[in-house]
Design a protein around this ligand. Structure first.
Ligand code: BG6
Ligand code: MG
Length: 217
């Protein structure tokens, strides 16, 4: 029985994917490389350095590891500048209502995000107050589609994988949840691909999937 719900952050609880895209696009423009929305979608869920490889696909020359690390730092500085404008109103529609309602229904909630900026985003949006545990890019060594971040989140909650549902907007994220042995819920882009066991396009559509646990109300 599902007792815990593990949420991806970027593109699920907050629409930071557009800010990731903007910051990568500005870097690509400066380097004279084209960077499409389709490439931006492929950056969902994967690590910063893996995303950079996608950004550099259109480059006419190769770059050293040192140059790549400089590019990643430049992108992250710009991304953090964009994040500094976030407020609780920037949480995804319905997030501030959904999370306390799921807790009221007896579920334990955790974040399972590959982002190293998750703490900053949770603080600025106020979403952190609804979460029982946070697993983010600072706690893991292998990014999605590896299951590590979902297994870490489950471990922090003291739950076994079969008690957890993983909600993610990235194909890599749904694969990670499945590899962790969890029920998967595709959201947004992943739902368009029908990647999850369940697929939803709005956070409120999660409520019928997770009815109150016995004795919770
Ligand atoms: C994921 C995003 O949540 O975090 C990816 O979907 C991003 O696009 C990854 O690359 C790492 O994020 P950050 O904030 O550590 O650069
Ligand atoms: Mg995501």
């Amino acid at each position: 029985m599902i007792r815990a719900i593990l949420f991806d952050l970027d593109g699920v609880l907050v629409d930071t994917d557009t800010l990731h895209y903007q910051a990568w696009k500005e870097l690509a423009d400066r380097l004279g490389i084209s960077f499409t929305q389709e490439q931006g979608n492929r950056c969902r869920g994967i690590s910063r350095m893996d995303s950079l490889e996608i950004v550099l696909e259109g480059a006419s020359r190769s770059y050293t590891q040192e140059e790549k690390e400089t590019f990643a730092r430049e992108k992250n500085a710009r991304y953090q500048q964009l994040l500094s404008a976030l407020t609780p109103d920037h949480a995804a529609p319905g997030a501030h209502a959904l999370l306390p309602e799921l807790r009221r229904r007896g579920y334990r909630l955790a974040l399972a995000s590959g982002s190293k900026n998750a703490g900053l985003i949770l603080e600025r949006t106020g979403l952190g107050q609804w979460l029982d545990a946070v697993a983010d890019g600072n706690l893991i060594t292998r990014s999605k589609p590896d299951p590590e971040v979902f297994l870490t989140a489950a471990g922090l909650l003291g739950m076994s994988p079969h008690q957890c549902a993983a909600v993610d907007d990235a194909l890599a994220g749904v694969q990670a949840g499945r590899a962790a042995g969890m029920l998967t819920v595709g959201f947004g882009d992943a739902a368009l691909h029908q990647a999850g066991d369940y697929n939803v396009q709005a956070l409120e559509q999660l409520l019928p999937l997770f009815p109150p646990l016995e004795g919770s109300l």
